[in-house]
Design a protein around this ligand. Structure first.
Ligand code: MLT
Length: 404
C-alpha cells in the first residue's frame, strides 16, 4: 500500500490565505448585498504596465510565425531577461551577479517553497515570528519542522520574535541555525532592514556556515535611500545567501507569474556549490516560465517600462499612506507602510487578531489578514495591504475609522 507523507498531516488547518478567503466567501454568500473590500492578501489590482502588455502582444505574434515560434525555453530563463536583471537589479547597485547565477521562475512563492529540496532534512531552520507562512509550512512538509505544539510553535524550528519592542528586527538566536529565512522589506510587519542589520546577519552566517534565504520580493517599495535593496549589497553575502525576487509586487505579475532566484557560485557548503544543486533541481522539475511572460517581464527594464511601473508602485504607496494615517486616526498603533506595501497594526484593546478580523469583516465588510496567522508573535496584530484599488482603500479606511 502506498504510504503518504505524514508530515502533511501535522500541518494545522489550512493555508492562511485560503482560510481568510474562505471566511470572506462565506460572509459574501450569506450577505449578497454587501460591498466587501479586500485588503487581505497582497494581490495586485492595477493593470499591467502598457510596455509590458505591448511586449506580451508582440511575443504572442512571435508564437504565430514559424520563424519566431518558441518551444521549450532555456532551463533558467531567456538571456534577454537574465541580462536585464543582472544589469538593472544588480550592476546598477554596484553588485556583480553573473548571468549563470540567476534562475528565472514562475514565482518567489514556488522558489521559497522548493529551495528546501537542496538542503538536508536535518538542518535547523530559523524563521522570524511573525513570518510569511510558506517558509514554515514548506519546512513542515519536508519534515524539518518537528511537531506543531499547542503554543502555535513547531518543535524543531527556531523562532526569532519580531515585536514592537525590538522594532520588528530579529535578534541573533541563542541556538545557531543552519538555515535562516529573512524577508526585507518584511511581510507581514512592513519593517525594513538597514545595511548594519543585514551585515550583522551576513557576518553571523559566515561565521557559523549558515545559509540565509533572503526574500526581497518587496524591494521596489523601499523609499529610504539608505535601505539596501538586495542582500548582495552587503560584503560577504555571496558566500552565505540566496536571494528571491518577484515581479508580482514590482510589476503586478501576481496572475502572470514570473520571478527569479539568485544563487551565487561562491556559495559553497560541504564542498558543493549550491548553484549547481539548484540548477539540477530546476532543470529536472521545472520547464521554464512562458516566453510571452518573460518578454513582458523584460519590458519592465526598458526606460518607459520603468516609468510606468514606478507609477503603479507610487499608486500603491499612496494607498499605504492612506491606510497608515487612517488607522492612526482610528486610534490604532500602526507600523510599516513606509518602505513596504503592508501596514501592521495592533488590534484595539489587545483583541485576539482572528476576532478583530471577523469584526472588521462582519461589521464593516473589510477583509484583512489576522496577525496570528503569521505566527505566535503576530497575535494581537492585523495586516492590511496597500495593493487595493485607491477608492476602495479610502472607503475601507473610512469605514474602520467610523467603527472604532
Ligand atoms: C501576502 O499577502 O502575504 C502575499 O501576497 C502572499 C504571496 O505573495 O504569496
Amino acid at each position: 500500500m502506498a504510504k503518504i507523507n505524514r508530515n502533511f498531516t501535522k500541518l494545522p488547518g489550512s493555508y492562511l490565505f485560503s482560510e481568510t478567503a474562505r471566511r470572506a466567501a462565506a460572509f459574501a454568500a450569506k450577505n449578497p448585498g454587501k460591498k466587501i473590500i479586500k485588503l487581505g492578501i497582497g494581490d495586485a489590482t492595477q493593470p499591467l504596465a502598457p510596455s509590458v502588455i505591448k511586449a506580451m502582444h508582440d511575443a504572442v505574434d512571435d508564437m504565430a510565425a514559424k520563424e519566431t515560434f518558441k518551444g521549450y525555453g532555456p532551463d533558467f530563463g531567456y538571456d534577454f531577461l537574465i541580462d536585464a536583471i543582472a544589469k538593472n537589479d544588480y550592476a546598477a547597485r554596484g553588485v556583480d551577479i553573473g548571468i549563470d547565477e540567476i534562475f528565472v521562475s514562475d514565482g518567489a512563492k514556488s522558489d521559497c517553497g522548493n529551495i528546501g529540496e537542496i538542503f538536508s532534512v536535518d538542518n535547523r531552520v530559523a524563521v522570524c515570528d511573525p513570518v510569511y507562512p510558506v517558509y514554515v509550512d514548506s519546512n513542515a512538509m519536508a519534515g524539518r519542522a518537528g511537531d506543531f505544539g499547542a503554543d502555535g510553535r513547531w518543535s524543531n524550528l527556531i523562532y526569532m520574535p519580531c515585536t514592537a519592542e525590538n522594532g520588528f528586527a530579529p535578534e541573533l538566536p541563542s541556538e545557531v541555525p543552519d538555515i535562516i529565512y529573512l524577508c526585507f522589506p518584511n511581510n507581514p510587519t512592513g519593517a525594513a532592514a538597514t545595511k548594519e542589520q543585514l551585515k550583522m546577519w551576513v557576518d553571523y552566517a559566515a561565521k557559523n556556515g549558515s545559509v540565509i534565504l533572503y526574500d526581497s520580493a518587496y524591494e521596489a517599495y523601499i523609499t529610504d535611500p539608505e535601505i539596501p535593496h538586495t542582500i548582495f549589497e552587503i560584503e560577504g553575502a555571496k558566500e552565505c545567501a540566496i536571494e528571491f525576487r518577484s515581479f508580482s509586487k514590482t510589476a503586478g505579475f501576481t496572475g502572470t507569474r514570473c520571478a527569479y532566484t539568485v544563487v551565487p557560485k561562491a556559495l559553497v557548503r560541504e564542498g558543493v556549490q549550491l548553484n549547481s544543486l539548484w540548477a539540477r533541481r530546476q532543470s529536472t522539475k521545472f520547464n521554464g516560465t512562458p516566453y510571452i511572460v518573460q518578454r513582458g517581464a523584460a519590458a519592465i527594464y526598458t526606460e518607459q517600462g520603468k516609468i510606468e511601473c514606478r507609477k503603479i508602485i507610487d499608486y500603491y504607496m499612496n494607498n499605504a499612506k492612506v491606510i497608515r494615517e487612517g488607522l492612526i486616526k482610528a486610534g490604532l498603533e500602526v507600523f510599516g507602510g513606509v518602505n513596504a506595501p503592508y501596514i501592521w497594526a495592533k488590534t484595539p484593546n489587545g483583541m485576539p487578531s482572528w476576532d478583530f478580523f471577523d469584526m472588521l469583516l462582519n461589521k464593516v465588510n473589510v477583509v484583512t489578514t489576522p496577525g496570528a496567522g503569521f505566527g505566535p508573535s503576530g497575535e494581537g496584530y492585523i495586516r492590511l495591504t496597500a495593493f487595493g484599488d485607491s477608492e476602495a482603500t479610502k472607503e475601507a479606511v473610512e469605514r474602520i475609522i467610523k467603527l472604532l
